[in-house]
Design a protein around this ligand. Structure first.
Ligand SMILES: NCCCNCCCCCC(O)(O)C(F)(F)F
Ligand SMILES: [Zn+2]
Length: 342
């Protein structure tokens, strides 16, 4: 299986995030991608290539002009005010306020965010731009006939919607790739999000559309981040009614429960008869993940890959989360090896 990877991810390494009321080192750190890449090499998964540059056009198929304008200019604006620390939002258009886009940078940051977990640094734009190009390059490989490809994306993307960032996500890599398949002639695309956290951004982007079926298996928002989307009654709207599947699970879920949910999701994807399947590959479902509560063990990721392979569709794997850094490579590549070996 071909892996697309770029060192540009290293340009995004924020100073910290709020954990337990304290400012602590970011869980979403460059070492995550280093460990996955090292495992890809150690297991000789396949060739590793740099991304091509497809420009802003395929990104603008998913994200709004205002949002992309903000992301590109935010750091320069922040630095021009004499700031050197990371840029972070603090005020959001929550309920009972008015979601009118302000003129000033700080107001726009809050307008384009849903939490304080998407810091902006000097290198963030370049890193997220290249991460999207990584997904687009792997997409081209599958569109050209490869059975599968791995987009080793960092930063991740599934919490980002058309014009709102959050949860370490800025550009929705998997949505950008899904749209590229459709723009290149695919009729139906399925996205299976196996990250521990609900892919609220991906759901919102395709929620009213029947040409993309989105399935999520995740910690229930009743207790887990992102807290405000991901319930089972969210089944799509308008033309998209019936094309969104949420399988929220309880804390502590292990393979017995998680694997059954995967089977349910795969059955729905099989019935949808997609031309291609994209997988938002987060491995924060791992039992030792520091911010998550599921109990999958490393062999389970082989089973995950095997079950996805049973769909018998061209498959694009897009890296999302996973914070047990020592094991992130083993767990992510186990999915890919399980898929390949099936
Ligand atoms: N106590 C709650 C703290 C929440 N912290 C933010 C968690 C973000 C998860 C990101 C992710 O793993 O879903 C992604 F795949 F996008 F990277
Ligand atoms: Zn996650």
């Amino acid at each position: 299986m071909l892996t697309i990877y770029s060192d540009d991810h290293r340009l995004h390494h924020a100073q910290g995030e709020m954990v337990g009321g304290e400012f602590q080192p970011c869980f979403e750190m460059p070492a995550r991608a280093d460990h996955v890449l090292a495992r890809v090499k150690a297991q000789q998964l396949g060739a590793i290539r740099e991304p091509e540059d497809f420009g802003l056009t395929p990104i603008a198929r998913i994200h709004s002009a205002d949002y992309l304008d903000f992301l590109q200019k935010a750091w320069a604006g922040w630095a021009a005010q004499g700031n050197t620390a990371d840029f972070l939002p603090g005020v959001f258009p929550a309920r009972h306020l008015r979601a009118k886009r302000p003129d000033d940078l700080y107001g726009q940051y809050g307008f384009h965010s849903f939490d304080c977990f998407a810091p902006i640094t000097a290198g963030t734009w370049q890193a997220v731009y290249t991460s999207a190009q990584v997904a687009l390059t792997a997409q081209r490989e599958v569109a050209a006939g490869a059975r599968s490809a791995f987009a080793l994306c960092r930063p991740p993307g599934h919490h980002a919607s058309a014009d709102v960032m959050g949860g370490y996500c800025y550009l929705n890599n998997v949505a950008i790739a899904a749209q590229a398949f459709l723009d290149q002639g695919a009729k139906r695309v399925a996205i299976l999000d196996v990250d521990y956290h609900h892919g609220n951004g991906t759901q919102s982007i395709f929620y009213e559309r029947a040409d993309v079926f989105v399935a999520n298996i995740h910690g229930s928002p009743s207790f887990e981040y992102p807290h405000f989307l991901g319930y089972a009654d969210e089944t799509g709207a308008g033309a998209g009614e019936g094309y969104n599947l949420n399988l929220p699970l309880a804390a502590g879920s292990a393979w017995d429960v998680w694997g059954a949910a995967l089977d349910t999701a795969c059955k729905r994807i099989a019935a949808y008869d997609a031309d291609v399947v994209l997988v938002s590959l987060g491995v924060d479902t791992y039992q030792n993940d520091p911010i998550s509560s599921f109990k999958l063990d490393s062999p389970d990721y082989l089973r995950m890959g095997q079950r996805i392979a049973a769909l018998g569709k061209p498959t694009l794997f897009v890296m999302e989360g996973g914070y047990a850094v020592a094991e992130i490579g083993i767990n992510a590549v186990n999915v890919l090896e399980g898929f390949q070996g099936a």
